[in-house]
Design a protein around this ligand. Structure first.
Ligand SMILES: [Zn+2]
Length: 184
């Protein structure tokens, strides 16, 4: 997996992309929760619960179906008045789906079972620039942590910062432009 930090950053960036300015607190909190939620299956690995012959991690909780359920849960819990809002649904769905997508783009670890429960096939990205985050107590923690964090900063952190900062910078520029036009 990308680290929880990387997934949370992706959720934050998606919430910013779905709103015109700084995303409301409720939107970014739920978007981050959707982006992180699929990794709850890590605890199944921790307790050595497996799904038949295939490993539990990156399994059903990382599938497209799970992304739909996670988004629906977020909408029901956090956005009942906006249940018909396409923008809110798109935001939560994109955040939940971003998790599997980022995991598929990590170098190392198993593929992502996007099509469970209909197919056990595991998918990996053709391009895997992000180093898989270290599993605690694996004995390689420091080396992997440095590699993983470095690749996440470049491939998740910088784009997320750009998505987050750009709309606000554009808004400020427009406000300054208007003010300068108003001054005779
Ligand atoms: Zn994951």
């Amino acid at each position: 997996m990308s680290s929880l930090f990387g997934h949370a950053l992706a959720g934050l960036a998606i919430s910013a992309a779905c709103t015109r300015s700084r995303p409301p607190r409720r939107v970014w909190i739920f978007a981050v929760a959707c982006a992180v939620a699929p990794d709850l299956d890590w605890f199944m690995d921790f307790f050595q619960v497996s799904q038949g012959a295939s490993p539990a991690h990156r399994g059903l909780s990382h599938s497209l179906l799970a992304a739909l359920f996670i988004a629906a849960a977020a909408m029901l819990i956090g956005f009942r008045p906006q249940l018909r809002s396409v923008r809110h649904w798109a935001c939560m769905l994109a955040a939940a789906f971003s998790h599997g997508l980022l995991d598929a783009c990590t170098f190392g670890g198993t593929g992502v079972a996007f099509l469970l429960p209909f197919s056990n096939a595991r998918f990996v990205g053709a391009w895997q620039p992000i180093f898989v985050s270290p599993i605690p107590l694996s004995g390689k923690l420091l080396d992997w942590l440095l590699f993983s964090l470095g690749t996440e900063i470049v491939w998740i952190g910088l784009p997320a910062a750009l998505v987050f900062v750009t709309p606000q910078a554009m808004l400020r520029l427009r406000q300054r432009w208007r003010r300068s036009e108003e001054i005779p």
